[in-house]
Design a protein around this ligand. Structure first.
Ligand SMILES: [Zn+2]
Length: 462
């Protein structure tokens, strides 16, 4: 009886080896590939426009050094599950614009928030958007109008491009692996002005260069998606550009004509590209990053099974107690500057709502492509989040910061205690009522653990 059964099974395997392989891995033989589609468009502003990121600029842009781009990668797994990875050469999306874009994508293409990663490179040489860091820019009515017009154009462009990428999907393969490059410098723990004679720099850092390679089934490169955790602040001039991430994408596309290079920012909020402030340096860092990506493309990469898992949530982060009305009035009566504009905004809110914001809905997201885990966090995330998540979930995970909503810096518990720009004063730049209350790091890690559990991602023991 047993022998007969084994004989039948053996014959079956001889006749249907392919079928057996298919059922064993849970895939049918015709569905061993991903589908992928890419779309892109330049979003370089046509008129002079206020450039985002620095409070010290005092007039609009004077020209274009490099074009700015929105690039969309649509993917679909073997089970028909779709998702969109969108990268943009912009400082960041305020919540309102990001919500509007993601809501329209949901209505038009049926993709929930867990299926969209809306990422921004954080270039400090891109346009200001409506309602973003409004207090730090001394905008007149005309500039506000230019910014509003541009923001509307941008929203529509991103939604349209998302549809184009979905339409363009063809059978594809996706591979992953991380490389390394080391031009990021921890800007809190090293003094920029005295870097030259130093022989040792102080961390923490994360020098990882995560890379996704997307090819068609004949091996032609369709897209290369890569990240690095470092502020795009080489340049502070009045020329529009993608800063070093822009030059890295240009370099990759020169090396691979016809392919689309997409950059995502990591947890680089406390990392600067140093030294900085010249165009040749921005080009240098772009080429260094591209060289790191190119090395990864030329070595063995992990082929990812066409199984996509996605999860998204918004967790409330709490603010510390806000300033009193009296102290706001004191700032309002003080010297001109963004602090005064901030105080006036808080007083207006107090008048209108009776209280200031006490919590913020913070977006976190996890994607798993085959066995490649991608953890994505909103806002300006400092490097300790990347280090901490890798300790929890393994060194192979990819960490993205600066996705979905640019609401604030997200300091670690250490930085929150130390204070300074990333721990405290940047909250005013973002128009928020107070610094974060202690405990946000464990709230965020707790939420990532929940999402990971839901996504079947195991924690590693350290
Ligand atoms: Zn920043």
């Amino acid at each position: 009886m047993k022998k007969t059964f084994l004989f039948i099974l053996f014959s079956y395997l001889l006749v249907f080896p392919f079928y057996y392989t298919g059922t064993a891995s849970g895939q049918s033989p015709s569905a061993n590939d991903w589908k992928a589609g890419v779309s892109r468009a330049a979003i370089t502003p046509e008129k002079p426009i206020w450039l985002a990121g620095y409070a010290s600029r005092d007039h609009p842009s004077e020209g274009v050094l490099t074009d700015l781009w929105v690039k969309v990668l649509a993917i679909e797994d073997a089970g028909g599950k779709k998702a969109l990875l969108i990268t943009c050469d912009l400082l960041g999306f305020p919540k309102k614009i990001s919500d509007q874009i993601r809501d329209q994508i949901a209505v038009k293409y049926g993709l929930a928030r867990s299926r969209i990663i809306l990422s921004y490179t954080h270039t400090h040489s891109g346009p200001v958007l409506t309602d973003a860091l409004s207090d730090i820019y001394p905008l007149d009515e005309y500039q506000s109008e230019v910014i509003s017009e541009y923001s509307h154009f941008l929203e529509k462009r991103i939604v349209d491009l998302s549809g184009e990428a979905i339409k363009a999907m063809v059978p594809a393969r996706i591979y992953s692996r991380a490389g390394v490059t080391r031009f990021q410098v921890n800007r809190r723990n090293n003094n920029e002005a005295s870097l030259t004679p130093l022989t040792a720099l102080r961390g923490p850092n994360d020098y990882s260069v995560p890379v996704l390679k997307v090819t068609d089934t004949t091996g032609n490169l369709m897209a290369v998606v890569f990240g690095y955790a470092c502020h795009a602040t080489v340049l502070d001039i009045y020329m529009i550009s993608g800063d070093y991430p822009g030059f890295a994408q240009i370099e990759m596309e020169k090396l691979h004509p016809g392919a689309t290079a997409m950059f995502f920012q990591g947890a680089g909020a406390d990392q600067n590209p140093l030294p900085r402030r010249t165009i040749p340096l921005a080009i240098q860092y772009g080429k260094e990053l591209a060289a790191a990506v190119e090395r990864v493309l030329n070595e063995d990469m992990n082929k990812l099974e066409p199984v996509l898992t996605t999860a998204y949530s918004e967790v409330d982060l709490t603010f510390a107690p806000p300033p009193s009305k009296d102290s706001l009035i004191k700032i309002l009566n003080g010297p001109e500057g963004y602090q005064k504009r901030w105080a006036s905004r808080q007083l207006e809110r107090l008048e209108k709502d009776g209280s200031l914001m006490t919590t913020y809905p913070y977006p976190v997201e996890i994607w798993k492509l085959g066995d490649q885990v991608i953890m994505a966090l909103g806002g300006e995330v400092v490097v300790e989040y990347s280090i901490g998540l890798k300790k929890l979930f393994g060194q192979g995970i990819f960490v993205m910061g600066y996705v979905n909503d640019d609401m604030a810096y997200i300091p670690s518990e250490t930085i929150l205690k130390e204070g300074g720009y990333e721990g405290e004063s940047s909250q005013m730049v973002y128009g928020l009522p107070a610094k974060w209350s202690s405990g946000i790091q464990s709230v965020i890690f707790g939420e990532m653990r929940k999402l990971a559990l839901k996504s079947g991602i195991k924690e590693v023991s350290q």
